[in-house]
Design a protein around this ligand. Structure first.
Ligand code: NAD
Length: 252
């Protein structure tokens, strides 16, 4: 057996589908034991079974401190340790300008996309300190360059980028590296929902292909390869890095 993450126990949130599931698959392929934490029960169980042995699903709402604490106990009961944490769970809301965004939507976005990192850090910190395990946050290119009609979502991702840099400084002396990946578009259920809500879905598909200079709008595997690198010892001197995994989308 070999692999960049051989023998490591990796916790990844929001991995019942989409980018998180592709990351869980990549971590498993690189030799890790993987704990999928997700609010979606049926899909989470299916994802863990599809990825293979040494992969567990733990039902968890990352927006709830109590749920994250219980998930940590469940992970430790099986794996006994945590060597890496990937905060990937995220939600988006339908396109609309900020003045049409209601308080409930705003709060929900911030709870799932940002406050969740407070809860996972609080509950997994001791475990990660013990193993000098890295943290990876899934941010987004829109947190760096903006996006029309998604101000609240963009704000969560911008804040997550700042939080990543602050966490990198706070935890460097513990040997905990903290980085973020920034995808542009990635074909997942989230992006498909967004595309379906646009007036002309076919135009949107060709737009999403055009904005990535390196090629068409990708699937999650390209994000997963970068994520596996950042969690591995090959990235042992990289922290506070906000890495675009965007095919150059921001350059155009
Ligand atoms: P997705 O909707 O396809 O999958 C998200 C997963 O998160 C689902 O399994 C869902 O059940 C889970 N989840 C949602 N709320 C949760 C909660 N409260 N607790 C636990 N799990 C929860 O989304 P995706 O496109 O795979 O996005 C994954 C991450 O990547 C998100 O943070 C998203 O903001 C980010 N991102 C996506 C894109 C894209 O184009 N798809 C681009 C940039 C960034």
């Amino acid at each position: 057996m070999s692999g960049k993450l051989f023998g490591k126990c990796v916790v990844v949130t929001g991995a019942a589908q989409g980018i998180g599931m592709e990351c869980a698959r990549a971590y498993h392929r690189e030799g890790a034991r993987v704990a999928i934490l997700d609010v979606s029960l049926e899909q989470g169980e299916q994802a863990a079974a599809a990825i293979g042995p040494e992969t567990i699903f733990v039902h968890c709402d990352v927006a709830s401190a109590a749920s994250v604490e219980a998930a940590r106990s469940a992970v430790l009961a099986v794996f006994g340790r945590v060597d890496a944490l990937h905060n990937n769970a995220g939600i988006a809301t339908p396109s609309k300008p900020l003045h049409e965004t209601d308080e409930e939507e705003w709060d929900k976005l911030f709870q799932v996309n940002l406050k969740s990192v407070l809860w996972t850090t609080k509950h997994f910190y001791k475990d990660l300190k013990a193993t000098k395990g890295p943290i990876l946050n899934t941010a987004s290119m829109v947190g760096l360059i903006g996006q029309p009609n998604h101000a609240a979502y963009v704000a969560t991702k911008g804040a997550l980028i700042s939080l990543t840099k602050a966490m990198a400084l706070d935890y460097a002396t513990d040997g905990i590296r903290v980085n973020a990946i920034c995808p542009a578009g990635v074909w997942t259920p989230m992006l498909r929902r967004w595309a379906a809500e646009q007036e002309n879905e076919a135009d949107i598909t060709s737009y999403l292909d055009r904005i990535h200079p390196l090629g068409n709008c990708p699937e999650g595997d390209v994000i997963a390869d970068a994520a596996a690198f950042l969690l591995s010892d090959s990235a042992r001197f990289i922290t506070g890095c906000i890495l675009p995994v965007s095919g150059g989308a921001e350059l155009g």
